[in-house]
Design a protein around this ligand. Structure first.
Ligand code: NAP
Length: 538
């Protein structure tokens, strides 16, 4: 009788079947011919887009740039319907990719990884699932996403709440019925800003609890015209070239002009045009918005002026425009009628900066000033970003060193890809890489291709393992810090880029802010020179 026991030993294990895990699987299995298994906690592919099904969930990258570019055929055959892809459409795209490349047969769904341990004697990783099974592999690649560990603040009383509560990143698959309900939404980051107008349109009343006011630029979402779709299909190579050469991996070029090259009137006209165009491109109006605080102030004032123009009630407008950080120093949201939603009679804005949420009561939310009766609470309170998904798993490297210990003062690694003491562990879009500061598929393709080439080279050279030296890690951490310091990004002290949204998390600027194009050339140079700073062993 044939042995029906599932295989437990592989060349490579990949954790996660989102954008990064799918492409990593394809590269290692079909290009290098390795025996690969993907372990995925969800019951389907999609990662972020499998879990984030909240109302209004849509990507802020423009659809023609929010896809893989490694395959011209795949790029040309897929057609997006709107300027920004909605969550269900992105999920359809990733399912299409999984089917087109026959990826599902190498993915085990409903399998959450509990921990991973490196065994020096066998040079292999033992990965344990929450079901208690153990699988082993020479290479371990985390494709767990940067924003996948939900942050639900530890408000006292939550367990006594008599209504229903949800975190946007763990949204029920069959949706939530808001009709006739009093809804409270906590959080005004990109997620809260997307969800607010949609929930307001469905609920009896929406109360938005704002701790930090935020900028937002209109998305101007719309169906794509046949002409635009044709243009995209005909320009695969050019779009790929632009996305790979810009600092943020988006399909537009940052204007090569300073805020100070133009008169105040010209600047106003430029900002008006950028506002009319909408989207993340607003940042590209001038080259110095993220490095010169006074330059940034001009954009900030323009955007605050727009809030005051749109929002009718002056007190609400002031609260929304009372923004404490430079424009785009936090991830800049884009929206569909966010500010105008506060003109609806069924929407209230509550300031929880000056009167914080004290507790959740059985019937609602109590702040230092008042109590708000609610039927549903939506937490759009973000994620334990970047390090959270990695540290949630118990990863143990050489001589019992855990990743939690190695990173107790903040993440340390080389190129955002590898950690000393953890041989053959690769972290796709890990801290210390451009990741969240970049259009994610561009960052993901670059990491996956670098890892694939690194493993191919290792095998071609007859070597068994690779890991960075401590000195190379120190050097990279310094470069990550320097890159951040040369921008205004660390000036947003409450940002999740710094881990400031999670109590007790070390405050370290996590992503690499030197730009995707520069980062790519650094990685390419390391590979071309034979991996200096890395120990490659037999
Ligand atoms: P976020 O940016 O971290 O925002 C969380 C919000 O919750 C903030 O307003 C935060 O206030 C608030 N909050 C957290 N704890 C709180 C507390 N104890 N009391 C009151 N308010 C609290 O999270 P997010 O909006 O989910 O976005 C995370 C990232 O996901 C984005 O920056 C983006 O990179 C990505 N994203 C992308 C898209 C897209 O492409 N369309 C959409 C959504 C999200 P403070 O600011 O004061 O901490």
């Amino acid at each position: 009788m044939p042995d029906m026991t599932p295989a437990r030993t592989f060349d490579a294990l990949i954790i996660g079947a989102g954008f990064s895990g799918l492409y990593q699987l394809l590269c290692l299995r079909d290009r290098l011919g390795l025996n690969v298994q993907v372990l995925e906690a969800g019951d389907g592919v999609g990662g972020t887009w499998y879990w984030n099904r909240y109302p209004g969930a849509r990507c802020d990258s423009e659809s023609h740039s929010y896809n893989y570019t490694f395959s011209k055929e795949l790029f040309e055959e897929w057609e997006w319907s709107e300027r920004y892809p909605e969550q269900p459409e992105i999920l359809r795209y990733l399912n299409h990719v999984a089917d087109r490349f026959d990826l599902r047969r190498s993915i085990r769904f409903g399998t959450r990884v509990a921990g991973a341990r490196h065994d020096e004697a066998t040079n292999s990783w033992s990965v344990t699932t929450e079901d208690g099974e153990t699988l082993t592999a020479q290479f371990l690649i985390t494709a767990v996403g940067c924003l996948s560990t939900a942050n639900v603040p530890a408000f006292p009383g939550l367990s006594d709440f008599q209504g229903r509560w949800y975190h946007t990143g763990q949204w029920p698959h069959d949706g939530v019925d808001f009709e006739g309900k009093r809804v409270g939404l906590v959080g005004t980051g990109s997620t809260g800003i997307q969800a607010t107008p949609v929930i307001a349109a469905a609920a009896a009343h929406l109360t938005v609890f704002q701790r930090t006011a935020n900028y937002s630029v209109p998305a101007h979402n719309a169906p794509l015209t046949p002409e635009f779709k044709h243009w995209v299909r005909s320009n695969h190579a050019e779009l790929r070239r632009i996305m790979q050469s810009t600092p943020n991996g988006h399909p537009f070029v940052i204007e090569d002009r300073s805020v100070w090259d133009v008169t105040a009137d010209q600047r106003q006209a430029i900002y008006e045009a950028a506002w009319a165009k909408g989207g993340l491109q607003f940042r590209a109006a001038f080259r110095d918005l993220l490095i010169d605080k006074e330059a940034n102030d001009t954009a900030a004032e323009f955007l605050k002026g727009k809030i005051r123009e749109i929002v009718e009630d002056p007190a609400t407008a002031e609260l929304l425009a009372d923004i404490d950080h430079p424009y785009a120093a936090k991830r800049p949201p884009i929206d569909s009628d966010y500010f105008a939603t506060f003109n609806r009679p069924n929407v209230t804005l509550v300031d929880v900066r000056n009167a914080p949420i004290e507790r959740i009561t059985p019937s609602g939310i109590r702040t230092a000033k008042a109590e708000y009766p609610l039927d549903i609470i939506v937490f759009a309170t973000g994620f334990d970003a970047m390090t959270g998904p990695l540290l949630k798993m118990h990863i143990e490297g050489r001589v019992g060193l855990t990743l939690a210990k190695a990173w107790e003062a903040g993440p340390r690694n080389c190129l955002g890809l590898q950690v000393a003491g953890f041989p053959n562990l690769f972290t796709i879009t890990g801290p210390g890489s451009p990741s969240v500061l970049c259009n994610m598929p561009v960052a993901i393709e670059q990491h996956v291709e670098w890892i694939t080439a690194c493993i191919a080279r290792l095998r071609a050279d007859g070597l068994a393992s690779i890991e960075p030296t401590e000195a190379a890690m120190d050097d990279w951490v310094m470069q990550v810090n320097e890159a951040a310091r040369s921008t205004l990004l660390p000036q947003a002290r409450h940002s999740w880029y710094l881990g400031a949204n999670v109590p007790g998390k070390p405050r370290v600027f996590m992503p690499y802010a030197g730009g995707m194009a520069r980062y790519r050339s650094i990685c390419d140079e390391v590979a071309a020179k034979g991996y200096p700073g890395f120990m490659r062993c037999t």
